[in-house]
Write a protein that binds this ligand. Structure first.
Ligand code: GUN
Ligand code: ZN
Length: 436
């Protein structure tokens, strides 16, 4: 299926490193008239169109996206697929919202048929928005993860997912135990982790809903399976932070709880990280853990303003995330637009190129997937998205005035959403195309 060679033509852009505030020439690759040669799902040539076309066997089929921008597929570092159907549900802050909407919605995933149907829609929606890889929360039910992995596997998508571990401060109908969470997670890791492009993440919901015994079990899994991810929430909301202080009186900070149980390391990703101090940031850097910046969710749930400038200056690895259903959009473009605005309120003006880095290569770095994803270099998986900077009448007017790549990127993240995604490719196959 992925065997046939094909040529893709369009404006090519990808980062090789964090472009920082200056966007140094070495940090990114840009070809106004660029091309990719793809074979067996991988990029075998990448560069200017003339260079790439010269390397292609005669008669290789071509897809022409001239006037469109081709970038690596977006990487959403934190999203909940079981919350797809409760997006846009207002609550009085995180804890109220969890009780009122989230837990009842997650209860439905005890039924495999529900999980399968939502997983199908969820994967469609990711692709429609140009997201080719996501790190995904399931529910407490192991079957929720089976359903998602099955769906992702049928589409060859590189998804990371895990079963929620949650044994206290939640309804009985969603509660597991330290032992069952360990056993179920272990079975899922052995069954799915490394199968094709799928990877597992150990997923304690957050410190509030796991007993000390369960966090110990999560730490034991992390030790036994050093290659799997770790995925949770951290310091999102002030009431939550105060609760964690009460539940773990011995801890120096919220982050310290996870640290204590051996849950900080490269490929450990913590959503939100709004209310951290300098010592926490230093610890994240020292352990190679990552923060998932969830701007639309943080605004929607009134959680607070993540200090992106401070995090980046401190050297904390940061990915960007939609956090649907707390987040208000599947679109990573919309999410970057919100990221720009939140950063600005905290005194940091996020350059557009750095924003694209955060949504692509930085996500691959956080997930430990840079061998495979995050750029359009030769040897990488051909997961990419075709963006149309003139997707709407207003965008078309604005792009006519754009004088630089930077301006075009900026208008895409400010005005763009799923309408700006012309096509999405997974392993070189077109997995989504917007009708002309
Ligand atoms: N903290 C614990 N669970 C959740 C969740 O489902 N969403 C968000 N945004 N924060 C959480
Ligand atoms: Zn979340």
């Amino acid at each position: 299926m992925n065997g046939g060679a094909r040529l893709i033509r369009g404006e090519l852009l990808y980062c090789l490193a964090d472009p920082g505030d200056e966007g140094s020439k070495e940090s990114y690759v840009h070809h106004e008239d660029g091309g990719l040669l793809i074979q067996m799902g991988r990029i075998v040539a990448s560069g200017s169109w003339v260079e790439v076309v010269a390397l292609a066997p005669a008669g290789t089929p071509q897809e022409d996206y001239s006037g469109r921008l081709i970038v690596p597929g977006f990487i959403d570092t934190h999203i909940h697929y079981p919350q797809t159907d409760i997006i846009a549900s207002p609550g009085h802050g995180l804890l109220d919202w969890l009780e009122r909407y989230t837990f009842p919605a997650e209860r439905r995933f005890a039924d495999p048929a529900v999980a399968e149907e939502v997983a199908r829609f969820f994967c469609d929606e990711l692709l429609r928005n140009g997201t080719t890889t996501a790190q995904v929360f399931g529910t407490v039910h192991p079957g929720s993860v089976d359903a998602l992995f099955k769906e992702a596997r049928s589409r060859q998508m590189a998804l990371v997912a895990g079963k929620v571990m949650m044994d206290r401060h939640c309804p009985d109908f969603l509660s597991d135990t330290a032992q069952s969470a360990y056993d179920d997670s272990r079975r899922l890791i052995e069954g799915w982790h490394g199968l094709g492009r799928l990877r597992y993440a150990i997923t304690p919901r957050f410190a509030v809903t796991s007993s000390e015994a369960q966090l110990e079990a999560a730490g034991a899994l992390a030790r036994e399976f050093p290659g799997v991810g770790i995925h949770s929430h951290l310091a999102e909301n002030l009431a939550e932070v105060a609760w964690v202080r009460q539940l773990f009186p011995w801890s120096r900070s919220y982050l310290d709880v996870y640290d204590h149980y051996g849950l900080l390391r490269p490929q450990a990703i913590y959503a939100h990280c709004i209310h951290l101090d300098e010592a926490d940031r230093a610890r994240m850097v020292a352990t190679g853990s990552s923060a998932a910046f969830c701007p639309t969710s943080n605004l929607f749930l009134g959680s607070g303003l993540f200090d992106l400038g401070e995090a980046l200056t401190s050297g904390v690895r940061v990915g960007v995330a939609t956090d649907v259903g707390g987040g208000t959009s599947f679109s990573m473009l919309r999410t970057l637009g919100a990221a720009y605005q939140v950063a600005h309120l905290k005194g940091y003006v996020l350059p557009a190129l750095r924003a694209f880095y955060l949504a692509t290569l930085a996500g691959a770095e956080a997930l430990g997937l840079t061998d495979e994803l995050g750029t359009l270099e030769v040897g990488k998986a051909a997961d990419f998205v075709v963006l149309d900077p003139a997707a709407t009448p207003l965008m078309a007017r604005r792009v006519a005035w754009a004088e630089s790549l930077d301006e075009r990127l900026f208008l895409l993240l400010t005005l763009g959403d799923d309408r700006a995604v012309a096509a999405t490719y997974v392993l070189g196959e077109r997995a989504w195309r917007r009708e002309p």
